[in-house]
Design a protein around this ligand. Structure first.
Ligand code: GDP
Ligand code: MN
Length: 380
């Protein structure tokens, strides 16, 4: 789950990382009120779940409450890479002497958290990595050993920060960022830019914060930060029902058990000239309740013209899935053609159950390829 800048900064502040004072605003009037409360110059910042807001005109300085209201009016409704701005963060403006970059994420190859730090902040880190790779200091943390203070010093010295006060402040921020990363089960915490003010104060001017969805149950206060309005309504419904669902662009709804089988099914649909409408994984269960939930999510997608059930029974029993399909059809009318391929544990029983039910829009097939062909045909 990606957090907005202002939410990430709240978590930074909770972990003792210095940030500027600010206020949330969703209207020009609220922006003005925020500026009045904060006093002095402020920066009006678009809150969207994408980067590059500065370049897109989503970040503007304002000297007075009047100006703040005017800038807010300009930024609200702005389209930044497909994200329409409806939220603002009004922050006390900072003077910037230097812009650094600091992040921590996972290095999947090394199976360790990875810090990256450079004094060439403010710009895209990909650019730094490409043009001046020597300026980017990378450092892994052994998750069992935990973070060690010398690691912060290595980052700071490695990047050539010479000022002792800056060194000390950055080292402290590095340690706190590690606590924030581990403490929130984050997958990414990025500060770009990490600024030094003309007075020599170091603070986080931006935040990019991604928390592991699978750990949200441990962090109800972060789970609450999710912006339901920004999420795809079907994906929100799926999440609520505990169904693994990814919306795609075609017209054949896919239901399989297990991510590997579902991915192969997407391939086979493409092979026979079709386009999957989604990726929907029942997981290892595939009991009636799960089937009902998944069908409910899939049939709400208006692009879906046919549904392909591709089940390989291992732990999942095909008779159970067949009963789930019938239960779902009893509970809600489904007009879509449903192609069902059952194989593996109790496949015979499953097929018999479906055949005996004699439902017109259920089309049994015995192989994945035939099932895919049939589904694509029926979606036309
Ligand atoms: P991003 O473009 O989405 O990464 O948004 P940032 O929050 O990083 O802001 C982009 C740029 O706007 C920063 O690199 C700064 O140069 C500038 N900026 C942001 N906040 C302030 C501020 O308080 N004062 C000044 N002078 N510039 C700011
Ligand atoms: Mn930034």
């Amino acid at each position: 789950m990606d957090l907005y800048e202002y939410q990430g900064k709240q978590l930074f502040a909770l972990h003792g990382i210095p940030v500027s004072e600010g206020r949330f605003a969703a209207s020009p009037e609220a922006a003005r009120a925020a500026a009045e409360e904060l006093g002095g110059e402020v920066v009006v910042k678009a809150q969207v779940l994408t980067g590059g807001r500065g370049k897109a005109g989503g970040i503007k300085l304002a000297a007075t409450p009047d100006e703040t209201e005017a800038r807010a009016r300009e930024i609200l409704g702005l389209d930044i890479r497909g994200h329409v701005v409806s939220k603002l963060w009004i922050e006390r403006a900072s003077e910037i002497a230097k812009e650094y970059y600091l992040s921590i994420t996972f290095d999947r190859g090394e199976k360790k958290p990875l810090f990256m730090f450079t004094t060439q902040g403010g710009i895209d880190i990909e650019e730094v990595a490409e043009q001046t790779p020597e300026a980017l200091v990378r450092l892994h943390v052994d998750p069992l050993e935990g973070f060690q203070p010398w690691q912060a010093r290595r980052l700071v010295y490695g990047a050539g920060v010479a000022d002792p006060s800056e060194q000390k402040q950055i080292a402290a921020i590095v340690a706190k960022l590690y606590d924030a990363f581990v403490g929130t089960d984050a997958m990414l915490c990025e500060i770009n830019p990490l600024i030094v003010t003309p007075e020599g104060e170091v603070k986080a001017l931006d935040s990019k914060f991604t928390v592991d969805d699978n750990a949200l149950y441990k962090h109800p206060e972060i789970a609450e930060m999710r912006d339901v309005a920004a999420a795809d309504p079907l994906e929100a419904l799926a999440r609520e029902k505990g169904v693994t669902y990814v919306k795609l662009d075609g017209d054949v709804g896919i239901l399989g058990n297990g991510a590997g089988l579902v991915m192969s099914t997407l391939d086979v649909i493409a092979l026979v000239g079709g386009k999957p409408a989604n990726f929907c994984d029942l997981g290892g269960g595939g009991d009636a309740e799960g089937v009902v939930d998944a069908l409910e999510v899939i049939t709400r997608d208006e692009q879906v013209k046919a549904i392909f059930f591709n089940i390989f029974g291992g732990i999942t029993r095909c008779d159970e899935v067949a009963r789930g399909i019938l239960t779902a059809l009893e509970r809600m009318p489904i007009a879509h053609p449903i192609v069902v391929r059952l194989d593996g544990t109790n496949a015979e029983e499953g097929r018999t159950i479906l055949a005996e039910a004699g439902i017109a829009n259920i089309h049994p097939e015995t192989t994945m390829l035939d099932g895919a062909r049939r589904a694509v045909e029926l979606a036309r």
